[in-house]
Design a protein around this ligand. Structure first.
Ligand code: 5GP
Ligand code: ZN
Length: 140
C-alpha cells in the first residue's frame, strides 16, 4: 500500500467506494465522477503505477476482470457499447498514479468520441518509418 494513494486507501477500506467486484488480485468500483452511468474502474489491489510497472499475473487478472465485468456493466445500465481505456502514465492524462482501467458505458448518440479523438494531429509516417517502428516493437 502507498499511503497517499486514493486507490490504495479504497483497497484498505479507508475510503468508501461502491465496490462491484473483488477477487484476490483485483477490485472494481464505480468512478466517483462518472462520465456515464455505470462508469467503473478496475484496479490491481497492489499499488502499481502503469501497465509497464505491473507484473504479468496481476496485469492478467485485471484484464480478466475487465473481460468479465464489461458485459455485466453494459447490461446493468442498458448501454449500447463501452469504451475501455487506460490513461497509462501522466502524459496520457493519468491523474491517480495507481493503474486503473476505465470501463465507460456508451449510448447511441451520447455525443462522445471514439478513441481516435484522444490525440491532436496524426503523425505523417513513411513506409520505412512504420517498418522500423514495427521492428522495434516486435520481441526478439
Ligand atoms: P485518471 O485520470 O487517473 O485515469 O482517472 C482517475 C479517475 O478516478 C477519475 O475518473 C476520477 O473520477 C476517479 N476518482 C478519483 N478519486 C476517486 C475516489 O476517491 N473514488 C472513486 N470511486 N473514484 C475516484
Ligand atoms: Zn495505490
Amino acid at each position: 500500500m502507498t499511503e497517499d494513494c486514493i486507490f490504495c486507501r479504497i483497497v484498505e477500506g479507508e475510503i468508501p467506494a461502491r465496490v462491484v467486484y473483488e477477487d484476490e488480485e483485483t477490485l472494481a468500483f464505480l468512478d466517483a465522477n462518472p462520465l456515464a452511468p455505470g462508469h467503473t474502474l478496475v484496479i490491481p489491489k497492489h499499488h502499481y503505477g502503469t501497465l509497464g510497472e505491473t507484473p504479468t499475473e496481476p496485469g492478467e487478472m485485471v484484464f480478466s476482470a475487465v473481460h468479465y465485468l464489461t458485459p455485466l456493466i453494459e447490461d446493468a445500465v442498458d448501454a449500447d457499447a463501452t469504451t475501455v481505456a487506460i490513461n497509462n502514465g501522466e502524459a496520457a492524462g493519468q491523474e491517480v498514479p495507481h493503474l486503473h482501467v476505465h470501463i465507460v458505458p456508451r449510448f447511441d448518440g451520447d455525443g462522445g468520441g471514439p478513441i481516435h479523438a484522444i490525440t491532436g494531429d496524426s503523425p505523417d509516417l513513411s513506409e520505412d518509418e512504420l517498418d522500423e517502428i514495427a521492428d522495434r516493437i516486435t520481441p526478439n
